[in-house]
Design a protein around this ligand. Sequence first.
Ligand code: C5J
Length: 225
Amino acid sequence: MITVPADPSPYEFEPARTALVCIDFQRDFVEPGGFGETLGNDVSSLRSAIAPTERVLDAARQLRLTVIHTREGHRPDLADLFPAKRDRGAPTLRIGDEGPMGRILTRGSRGHDIVPELYPAAGEVVLDKPCKGAFYATDLETILRARGVTHLVLTGVTTEVCVQTTAREANDRGFDCLVLADCTGSYFPQFHRAALQMISAQGGIVGWVADSAALLDAIRIGGRA
Ligand code: C5J
């Protein structure tokens, strides 16, 4: 058992029952010319999450945790894209339009793929999802239950959208989630802070929050990596 000092209380996990989930570390969100930028965001604000997540991913691989990488995006025929999502806002390019990294948020394009620093290794699960939550319209729950996973360590972008939505979906399904604050990022610093507070408030109503250093130290003390 590994115990991580966390907010609001220590988070305990058994590596064999734990998955690291890396949410939407796609060029479309963290590089210029992608979906995030078409919505008017400064995408450079998300890049700080990449280096700490690289260290956590390395430790997770040494510990042999299940590793899941999610990618938000749509079928090339856009049959899974609700008008409510496509028509929202006033972006410079809409989902499916041709951009500098290929079609915006569309499976198979360069922008849809994961950044090289966090690229999935052979044998790791890559999960394509059409919406914010990683459980909605995917087989994530089946994959986790088949492996006996009960605990999730969450990283990814953006904190208050896909990470928070996934944490809530996971909590409702009975998974214990630790969100790593410095391994998540938002275009809006105030939303990042608020989302993390919403997760750990009220005695951990959605889950636990810690920094990656706390997790990595706990793993080292446990003598596991
Ligand atoms: C958004 C995400 N922000 N991955 N997606 O649309 O958070």
